[in-house]
Design a protein around this ligand. Sequence first.
Ligand code: MTE
Length: 308
Amino acid sequence: MLIRHTPDLRESEVTDRRLYLDRRRFLALGAGAALMGAGQAQAGPIASYAKGVVVLDDKPTSKEAITTYNNFYEYGTDKEDPAKNAPGKLKLRPWSVAVEGECARPGTIALEDLVKPHRLEERIYRMRCVEGWSMVIPWIGVSLAEVLKRFEPTSKAKFVEFATLADPVQMPWIKSRVLDWPYVEGLRMDEAMHPLTLLATGLYGEELLPQNGAPLRLVVPWKYGFKSIKSIVRIRFVETQPRISWEKANGREYGFYSNVNPEVDHPRWSQASERRIGEFRRRDTLMFNGYGDQVGSLYAGMDLRKNF
Ligand code: MTE
């Protein structure tokens, strides 16, 4: 059984700037098949997945920081709360996901069956939180587009809505009503079908820990972190733009698109720079978090100040 520990990744494996510059090469690289090891244990090693694909030449943030500095309001609002509160509380198996709405093949599907038919890949992505900090995370997951296609969305499916589990027994903190539960997020269909969009099941070579949104979370690296919804139990194809949790909580500050954009300030702070966790000096924030070559065309002609 091959177990890869990402800290041992050689620089040549994690850094290939040509991948960033050549989207076709990036897409082609994913073509090597790898089967998923459907490990049952919490945070067990993942047996097999395709070699790391990096889209920007950044060094991954430490596993320690990625797994202890979190936002997961279902387990408290402080950064250290999810790592303290979610393990042991969130029951990871059995887990199933209801796929509903505008599609020919709706149904409730066990996590293993949802993921297993697909190529499991490592993707090392920059993530930028709307609060102004960022990390580089070696995710493991499957292409969301490949998963969604199996349910045969109809021509009426213009958006995809995702919901997190909202169980007051496993998540007693949701009684606090800081957000309107369940946590809901959404993507436009073309965003959901974009090859960068990932359904993640692991990071750093291991299954996701509860605090990072086990057993299944979304990863959308060109958008602010809150779009990357955790512990997903429902995926719904819809005709109209979903009302997302943060928009409901404060629509003046958080919009549906939430593309990383250094030119559009949050009403209470600048978005021009960020603190990469583990670094001292602030970095300039890049348009679309540096993924503009890949995703910029999705927003051609849109006013990104209005559609923030
Ligand atoms: N998903 C749910 N269900 N609940 C949350 O509170 N927080 C979001 C996002 N997904 C959140 C969520 C925010 S604000 C961020 S920045 C990322 O998760 C953080 O992901 P990480 O803790 O794995 O870094």
